[in-house]
Design a protein around this ligand. Structure first.
Ligand SMILES: [Zn+2]
Length: 673
C-alpha cells in the first residue's frame, strides 16, 4: 500500500507537464513542487516564518551532514527533526549518496557501503544502506531516499552500469531496512546519460513498492541538452500514479524545462547560494545586484513580488548590503529567490490545471534566461564608449548581426569567427573537455590555454568552474596556464567590455597587470606565461587539458608541426598522475590530424560548432575510454590515403616515409576492427 495518497489531477495538452497532490505525515503537498535545501537543519540565512510565508511545503535536509552533526542521538532525544527545528510541514531527507560522490578522494566504496572520514572528528564512518535508513528514521523525515552511488553524468558506460547495478541492490536493502515505518521512500533511477541503462534501472526499481521515483546523477557534468534529453526519456519510464523527483536541479529555466518533460518535484541550493553573490531571479530573468547601475536605484527587485525584500527595500540598499558582504543582504535576496521559485511553481500549476501550460511555457522560456548583465534593465545613462577600436596589430570588428570580435590585422585572421566568442569557447573548449567531470574526480586539474588572445576560452572555463564550486559541485584546484606573446588583443578588448562582457571579471585585468590571478574561494589559480609558447612549454606544469587556439597553420605553422606536438606529448607524460591529457582545437584539417597522429597522440573527431562540421580532439592513452565512440577509424585512414594533404606538417623535413608510416601504423588503426 503506497504511503502517499498520490492523486494526479491533470496532464497538460501539448506538454507532459502534470499537476498532482499527495499527503505526507505532516501536510498535503501540491505539485509542481520546489523544496528549499536545509542542509544543517536550517535553510542558510533564512528564518522559518519567512520560509513558511513564502509557501514552502517540503524542506530537504541532508542525512550525511546531520549524521555527522548533531548526530542520531540528538534526534532520538528530540523525537525527530521536526520537533528539533520547529518545522511544522514536510521534510525530505536525501541519503548521503551525493555527498559521498562529492568527496572522491576521501572515501572507499564496496558492496557493503561507503567508508569515509568524518569532517567533524576524523573518525571512520561506514555508510551502508541500512545505516542511511536508520539515520533517516531517527530524523523522522516524511520522505526518505534510498542510498545510491552517484557518478559523474558523462562517465563511460561500464562505470555507469556498475554504479547503476550497485544502486539497484542498495535500493532493495534500503527498502528492507525501512520495514513497516510509516515514512515514505523514493528510489533513484541512475544510468548517467545512457538511455539503455536508465531504462534498465527504471524497469528494475518500478517493480518494487516504492512511494515515488527520483532521477539521480544529473546536473553533475552533462550539457543542458544532454540533461533535458535524459529527463525527457527517463520521465516517460516512471509510473503515472506516483511522484517524480528530479534531484539537485536547478535554475528557473531548468525547472520549467523539466516540468514540461513530466517531472513533479525539485530541490536546489541555487536560490540561497546565488543570493550570496547578489543574484536575484525574476520573471524577466536574473538581476545581478552587484552591478554599479543599481547604486542609485529606488526600485525594488520586482514590483509584482510580495516578499519582504521587495515590499520594503530598494535595489540600491540590496546592492549596498551585497557589496559590503552584510549577512542581511544574502538573507533578503535569498528570501526573494525562494519566494520567486515558489511563485514560478504555482504559476505552472495553475496553467496546467487551466490547460494553458503549453502557451505559458512558450512565452516564459525566453524571459527566464535573460540577464540584466546582457541587457541593462535600467542603466542610469548610457555613455558612448569612445575608446579607439584599434591597438597594435589588432582591431575590433563588428558583424552585421552586432557580434564583436577581435581581428589580427597582419594575418587577417579573426578570433572565434564562427559563432560568438562566448559560445564557441563554451561549446568547443569547456563543455567538450569534460572540465567539471574531471574536476569531480581529480584533486588538481591543469589547464593550458594556448593562444590566450582576448581570453574568451579561459574565461569560459573559469566561470564554469566558479559556478560549480559555488554550489559545491567541485572540490578540485584548477591551475590555468595561459600562453601569449602579444597582449594587445586583450588590452584592446578590455577597453571595450561593453562589447566583450565576459571580461567583466577580476581575472583579465589582474593578468594584464601582474601576470597572475587567483580565487581562494573557488580554488582557481591563473598564470600567464608571456613569450613564445614553443620556448616556454617545458617550463610549465604538464597539462591535463589543452585549449589549443593559436592562429592557423598558414600564419603559425610551427605550432602545428609534428616535432613540437611531440614535445607536448612527451611533456604531458611528466604529469604527476599521467595518462589522460586531451587537446581541443578548432582545426579538422587532414594534415593537422596526421601531425597529431605522427606525434603519438590518438585522434578523435571533435564536436561541431556553428556551421563548422567538425573539430579535433587529440588525446593520450588514458583518455581513450572517454573517446572510443569518436576515434578516427579505418574510413578516415582510407580518405587520408587518397588525400593530397597527406603529409604531416613537419619542420625538419624528417624522412617523409617514416612520418607516413607513423600515421599508417598508429595503434589507433591497428587495434580497430
Ligand atoms: Zn521579492
Amino acid at each position: 500500500m503506497p504511503r502517499l495518497e498520490f492523486q494526479l489531477e491533470k496532464t497538460a495538452t501539448g506538454s507532459r507537464a502534470r499537476a498532482a497532490r499527495f499527503r505526507t505525515l505532516h501536510n498535503e503537498v501540491l505539485t509542481p513542487l520546489f523544496m528549499p535545501v536545509g542542509t544543517h537543519a536550517t535553510v542558510r540565512g533564512q528564518r522559518f516564518d519567512s520560509i513558511l510565508d513564502s509557501g514552502s511545503q517540503v524542506l530537504l535536509a541532508n542525512t550525511y551532514h546531520l549524521l555527522l552533526r548533531p548526530g542520531v542521538e540528538v534526534f532520538e532525544k528530540f523525537k525527530g527533526l521536526h520537533n528539533f527545528m520547529q518545522w511544522p510541514r514536510s521534510v525530505l531527507t536525501d541519503s548521503g549518496g551525493f555527498q559521498i560522490f562529492a568527496m572522491p578522494n576521501d572515501r572507499s566504496m564496496s558492496e557493503e557501503g561507503a567508508k569515509f572520514l568524518s569532517y567533524v572528528d576524523g573518525k571512520h564512518i561506514l555508510l551502508t544502506p541500512e545505516k542511511s535508513i536508520e539515520t533517516q528514521k531517527a530524523i523522522g523525515s516524511d520522505i526518505m531516499m534510498v542510498l545510491d552511488q552517484c557518478v559523474p553524468s558523462t562517465v563511460d558506460k561500464a562505470e555507469a552500469r556498475a554504479a547503476m547495478e550497485l544502486s539497484n541492490r542498495w535500493a532493495l536493502r534500503s527498502l528492507a531496512a525501512r520495514g513497516d515505518s510509516p515514512q515514505s521512500m523514493f528510489a533513484i533511477v541512475q544510468g548517467a546519460c545512457y538511455q539503455k541503462l536508465r531504462k534498465e534501472s527504471a524497469a528494475f526499481l518500478t517493480a518494487h513498492p516504492f512511494d515515488g521515483f527520483a532521477l539521480g546523477g544529473l546536473a553533475v557534468g552533462e550539457s543542458k541538452q544532454q540533461r533535458e534529453d535524459t529527463v525527457e526519456f527517463a520521465a516517460a519510464l516512471l509510473p503515472e500514479n506516483l511522484p517524480r523527483y528530479l534531484m539537485g536541479v536547478g535554475t528557473p529555466i531548468d525547472l520549467l524545462e523539466a516540468v514540461h518533460r513530466g517531472m513533479d518535484m525539485f530541490d536546489c541550493i541555487i536560490p540561497t547560494a546565488h543570493a550570496e553573490q547578489g543574484v536575484a531571479y525574476t520573471w524577466k530573468g536574473k538581476i545581478l545586484l552587484r552591478r554599479g547601475v543599481y547604486k542609485m536605484s529606488e526600485e525594488p527587485i520586482d514590483r509584482s513580488c510580495t516578499c519582504i525584500a521587495c515590499k520594503q527595500y530598494s535595489r540600491a540598499y540590496l546592492h549596498h548590503l551585497i557589496k559590503t558582504g552584510e549577512p542581511l543582504g544574502r538573507q533578503l535576496v535569498g528570501a526573494h529567490n525562494i519566494h520567486f521559485y515558489h511563485n514560478l511553481m504555482s504559476a505552472m500549476r495553475l496553467h496546467i490545471l487551466a490547460d494553458t501550460f503549453a502557451a505559458f511555457y512558450a512565452s516564459t522560456r525566453e524571459q527566464l534566461v535573460a540577464s540584466d548583465g546582457e541587457n541593462p534593465i535600467k542603466a542610469p545613462r548610457v555613455r558612448e564608449n569612445t575608446k579607439p577600436m584599434e591597438l597594435g596589430d589588432y582591431e575590433v570588428v563588428v558583424s552585421g548581426t552586432g557580434i564583436s570580435r577581435i581581428r589580427h590585422m597582419s594575418s587577417g585572421e579573426t578570433m572565434h569567427p564562427v559563432i560568438t566568442p562566448e559560445q564557441e569557447a563554451q561549446e568547443l573548449y569547456v563543455n567538450q573537455s569534460r572540465l567539471l567531470e574531471r574536476a569531480a574526480t581529480q584533486e588538481n586539474l591543469v589547464l593550458w590555454d594556448v593562444g590566450m588572445g582576448a581570453c574568451a576560452n579561459v574565461m569560459a572555463a573559469i566561470k564554469t568552474f566558479e559556478e560549480a564550486s559555488a554550489v559545491g559541485k567541485t572540490k578540485a584546484r584548477l591551475h590555468v596556464i595561459s600562453f601569449e606573446h602579444d597582449l594587445d588583443s586583450l588590452r584592446l578588448a578590455i577597453q571595450h567590455t561593453d562589447r566583450f562582457q565576459y571580461l567583466r571579471h577580476g581575472g583579465p585585468s589582474s593578468i594584464l597587470e601582474t601576470g597572475e590571478w587567483a580565487s581562494k574561494k573557488h580554488s582557481v589559480e591563473w598564470k600567464l606565461m608571456t613569450g613564445n609558447f614553443l620556448e616556454l612549454l617545458e617550463e610549465a606544469l604538464p597539462p591535463d587539458i589543452i585549449f589549443w587556439d593559436p592562429y592557423s597553420t598558414k600564419t603559425c605553422r610551427d605550432f602545428w608541426c609534428v616535432e613540437n606536438l611531440k614535445r607536448i606529448f612527451d611533456h604531458a607524460a611528466e604529469r604527476e598522475t599521467p595518462g589522460a591529457t586531451e587537446f581541443f582545437t578548432y582545426s579538422a584539417s587532414t594534415a593537422v590530424r596526421a601531425s597529431f597522429l605522427a606525434a603519438g597522440f590518438h585522434v578523435a573527431q571533435g564536436q561541431a560548432t556553428g556551421f563548422k562540421g567538425q573539430t579535433t580532439v587529440a588525446l593520450t592513452e588514458g583518455a581513450l575510454p572517454w573517446r572510443r565512440d569518436t576515434l578516427l577509424g579505418k574510413e578516415w585512414l582510407e580518405r587520408w590515403e587518397r588525400s593530397d594533404a597527406r603529409f604531416p606538417l613537419s619542420l625538419s623535413g624528417e624522412n617523409e616515409t617514416d612520418l607516413l608510416e607513423k600515421v599508417r601504423l598508429h595503434p589507433q588503426f591497428v587495434t580497430i576492427h
